[in-house]
Design a protein around this ligand. Structure first.
Ligand SMILES: NC(=O)c1ccc[n+]([C@@H]2O[C@H](COP(=O)([O-])OP(=O)(O)OC[C@H]3O[C@@H](n4cnc5c(N)ncnc54)[C@H](O)[C@@H]3O)[C@@H](O)[C@H]2O)c1
Ligand SMILES: O=C(O)C1=N[C@H](C(=O)O)CCC1
Length: 269
């Protein structure tokens, strides 16, 4: 009987899915026990190592998430909002820790995770890297120290395949800035200006998204005042940082009480 947690990766063929499979199989703290793809995908029924172009890993890609989750202690899920909602209910049923990296979820979809979190641990973050979660804390501190003479803008850049904007990370940073100022982000958020917008409103927090090439993820939080600017910046150059954080969350969640957590909890920041 092993105490090394068994992990299922959803969205196996995706950019993050493949990085997560590599991270889990390289780790001596976790075992890869299942991989899930959407029904109809041509990887279904294949050994996932072979499907990824390497040696067999002895794990077959399935489109039956519950069957896979039943063999596991944790599910790491970087897919799409609708899929993540379905996986949350099934992971709770199987009493698996559900690590959610999926971004682009609406407020309603986030609220719909609550029933699952009564039965299982959910760790959700728009960015699982140590660097960004540290930047979130710094952003909160800087925003708390400065008044509204400093205009706050969050500028993010990602690869041309990304489907959601602003990025999950940009929203985390915007939330942190608003929290530091003691205000509600929803009331001050100004996204992607275009046309005759009028002058910038004092106290607003602006968001801007660049999409191009193979950018892994770049985030600036700009504090701009007359005569000076502060820029807090994180540059991701390797998706391994997100996968490492997600695996850390899956291990951290073992034995924790059901509920919703984030990477600040996991990293103790
Ligand atoms: N939180 C973080 O640290 C972090 C880091 C990187 C990416 N992300 C997010 O992770 C998500 C995935 O990013 P990506 O670049 O890997 O995208 P991707 O498009 O390369 O991969 C998504 C995968 O999910 C699969 N999928 C979709 N619906 C499914 C279903 N119902 N069942 C099983 N599989 C399903 C797709 O087939 C695809 O293989 C995005 O929301 C992205 O923003 C988060
Ligand atoms: O590649 C992506 O997609 C990423 N998504 C996350 C986000 O939306 O912030 C994290 C960075 C990479």
């Amino acid at each position: 009987m092993t105490h090394i947690p068994g992990i299922v990766i959803t969205g196996a063929s995706g950019r993050m899915g493949q990085m997560l499979i590599k991270t889990v199989t390289d780790s001596d703290q976790a075992r890869l026990v299942g991989v899930v793809e959407r029904s109809g995908h041509d990887w279904i029924g294949q050994d996932v190592g072979v499907a990824m172009g390497g040696a067999a890993l002895g794990v077959t890609v399935t489109d039956d998430p519950l069957e896979a989750f039943a063999q596991a202690q944790a599910v790491i899920d970087f897919t799409a909002p609708e899929a993540t909602l379905e996986f949350a209910a099934l992971a709770a049923q199987a009493r698996c820790v559900h690590v959610i990296g999926t971004t682009g979820m609406s407020d309603e979809q986030i609220a719909a995770l609550e029933p699952a979190s009564r039965h299982a641990v959910i760790v959700r973050a728009g960015n699982m890297s140590l660097g960004v979660n540290l930047l979130v804390q710094l952003t909160k501190k800087v925003a708390a120290a400065l008044d509204e003479d400093f205009d706050i803008e969050v500028i993010e850049g990602h690869h041309h395949h990304k489907v959601d904007a602003p990025s999950g990370t940009a929203l985390m940073l915007g939330e942190a800035a608003a929290e530091g100022r003691g205000i509600d982000l929803a009331e001050v958020s100004d996204r992607g200006r275009d046309g005759i917008t009028g002058a910038r409103k004092r106290g607003d927090i602006g968001f801007h998204a660049i999409r191009g090439g193979d950018i892994v993820g770049e985030h600036d939080v700009l504090f701009a005042a007359p005569g000076e600017r502060i820029v807090l910046r994180h540059l991701a150059t390797d998706r391994a940082i997100f996968a490492r954080g997600a695996l850390k969350a899956a291990l951290w969640g073992q034995g924790k009480s059901p509920g919703q957590y984030d990477m600040v909890d996991v990293l103790g920041l």
